[in-house]
Ligand binder design. Sequence first.
Ligand SMILES: [Zn+2]
Length: 71
Amino acid sequence: MNKTNVNHTFFIDKIEKLDFCGKEIYSLKGGRYTQPYDIVKLEYQGHKHFDCVSCKSNYATVLKDVTNYHK
Ligand SMILES: [Zn+2]
């Protein structure tokens, strides 16, 4: 199986000093940025959206969600 290398960059917008039962702690607020990466199609024998019941159900759910999102 190919392994995709995904790089994340974390950033901090705000550092807040807090008192926690007499001890000094810090609260960090921020987010994460993920650099775009190539999607690798994986093959699993017997699992296709047209011949596996579970895959078919997942495919229908995703297709419905995407269709509704783009209405
Ligand atoms: Zn399946």
